[in-house]
Design a protein around this ligand. Structure first.
Ligand code: IPE
Ligand code: IPE
Ligand code: MG
Length: 232
């Protein structure tokens, strides 16, 4: 394969429909989706991808039925606890980004423990976006930027205030389940990201599907505003 993406990000969509097709509750689809997360992490590690980030729960997802929200938060806590040995084994640095003010203290403690424990790992950086939205990120960045600017700091860049500061922008964004929209995800960071949409529902998106997305990315030409001749 040619150019590998340094940062792959995935909008993991279609869990509810996957469950519905099988006559099951939506939460069943979320649990099966967690298996896809495991598979995609494994392939990312095998291929030496540097950053894999996953949109797990948006600011807007708080408006879902209470039971589904509670189930998703439980699944998040369970996955973090269960995956910690895998993080160590595979040298994965684990991060969770998003609006923490909405999360329970217990979940925040679990997240912080896993983040601290893996902070020195040097392999794949795995980022879970939880209670995140692009507009939230831009707003919190702008407020902090404004405070610093008022304090006399003028040599500052907005992107250094986003919660993704220090993380390279995604090269490849994958969205499953046939939807072709960004749903308030990394609005700033996706300025030059390559998009890949697939009909596959998230619980069915495993290693072969991820490999195909990466292969498709590798065959594209990114121009960043220049002409095709300039980048040859
Ligand atoms: C993605 O699957 C998971 C989350 C957004 C939390 P959905 O739950 O959105 O599944 P569909 O889109 O209803 O099928
Ligand atoms: C986007 O999926 C958010 C996540 C995958 C976490 P949604 O299912 O919430 O998106 P919409 O509502 O269809 O745009
Ligand atoms: Mg959805």
């Amino acid at each position: 394969m040619g150019n590998l993406p340094k940062h792959i990000t995935i909008i993991m969509d279609g869990n509810g429909r996957w469950a519905k097709q099988r006559g099951k509750e939506r939460i069943y689809g979320h649990f099966e989706g967690a298996e896809s997360v495991r598979a995609c992490c494994e392939l990312a590690v095998e291929m030496g991808i540097e950053y894999l980030s996953l949109y797990a729960f948006s600011t807007e997802n708080w408006n879902r039925p209470k039971e589904e929200v509670a189930g998703l938060m439980k699944l998040m806590a369970k996955s973090i606890l269960e995956e910690r040995p895998t993080f160590e084994k595979n040298n994965i640095r684990f991060m969770v980004l998003g609006d923490r003010s909405m999360l329970s203290d217990d979940l925040i403690a679990d997240i912080d423990n896993a983040m601290e424990e893996t902070s020195g790992n040097t392999g794949l950086t795995l980022i879970v976006f939880l209670s995140y939205s692009g507009k939230w990120d831009l707003e919190q960045a702008a407020s902090r930027y404004a405070l610093d600017f008022k304090d006399g700091k003028t040599d500052i860049k907005l992107e250094d205030y986003l919660c993704t500061a220090g993380i390279p922008d995604p090269d490849l964004l994958i969205r499953t389940s046939g939807e072709q929209r960004i749903s308030n995800y990394m609005l700033w960071q996706c300025a030059y990201t390559e998009f890949y949409f697939t009909e596959t529902l998230w619980p069915d998106f495993r290693k072969p599907e991820l490999r195909l997305a990466i292969e498709t990315y590798s065959s594209r030409e990114r121009r960043f505003g220049k002409t095709g001749e300039q980048i040859k």
